[in-house]
Design a binder for this molecule. Structure first.
Ligand code: E4P
Length: 218
């Protein structure tokens, strides 16, 4: 399973990019706005910091303008993935980009039907928003399972990218469903590494070692 960071914070990305665990980055207009950076400059910086796919979202809502914005974003670097909203115009633009071999991430997906249509349009990635489904009292895990089932049933190659994940438990659920990718805030990435029993176990091991009076092994 690939792990993407869901952020436009270049320092947060740079601090984690060399761990060998970060496979890509996703951004959205809210994250770019929060960074205060120019979108074209920031996407260029992120693409230089990370080897894998970097999703950059259009802000246009009509077909022609989406195509123009998407082409401008795709020209920033070879690893840019054009992110498109799951609307009629977004799906039409996705279909065109698929023909031009431009990578796409269809975002704001909240139903199996929407995911089915994105796959038919040739999306490289589909982004169901687990946390936001749960914010409304829905079952985000069930949405992931449904999309996985339908994609596998028909052999769609669109990658299932679990988005709007807010906790390590969300990541474990997405992994168990067989999502191809999870995108997570840097904080959740850090939380995945930690466990209180790892900390207390290590502390005990090192205390026992210290008692022997021996030094380190290098
Ligand atoms: C993914 O592409 C989105 O940018 C993101 O996961 C949305 O997460 P949120 O619902 O926590 O804002």
């Amino acid at each position: 399973m690939q792990i993407f960071l869901d952020t436009a914070d270049i320092e947060a990305i740079a601090a984690r990019a060399h761990s060998g665990l970060v496979d890509g980055v996703t951004t959205n207009p809210s994250l770019i706005a929060a960074s205060g950076a120019d979108i074209f400059e920031r996407i260029g910086e992120i693409c230089a910091a990370v080897d894998g796919p970097v999703s950059a979202e259009v802000v246009a809502t009509d077909f022609d303008a989406m195509l123009a914005e998407g082409r401008k974003l795709a020209a920033i670097a070879p690893n840019v993935v054009v992110k498109l909203p799951l609307t009629t115009d977004g799906l039409k633009a996705c279909h065109i980009f698929a023909g031009e071999v431009v990578q796409t991430n269809v975002t704001l997906c909240f139903s199996i039907n929407q995911a089915l249509l994105a796959a038919k349009a040739g999306a490289s990635y589909i982004s169901p928003f687990v946390g936001r489904v749960e914010d409304m009292g829905g079952d985000g895990l069930d949405l992931l399972m449904g999309i996985r089932e339908v994609y596998d049933h028909f052999g769609y190659e669109t990658e299932l990218l679990a988005a709007s994940l807010r906790s390590p438990a969300h990541v474990e659920s997405a992994a168990r469903v067989g999502c191809d990718v999870v995108t997570i805030p840097p904080k959740v990435f850090d939380q995945m590494i930690c466990h209180p029993l790892t900390d207390s176990g290590l502390e005990a091991f090192l205390a026992d070692w210290k008692k022997t009076g021996r030094k380190g092994l290098a």
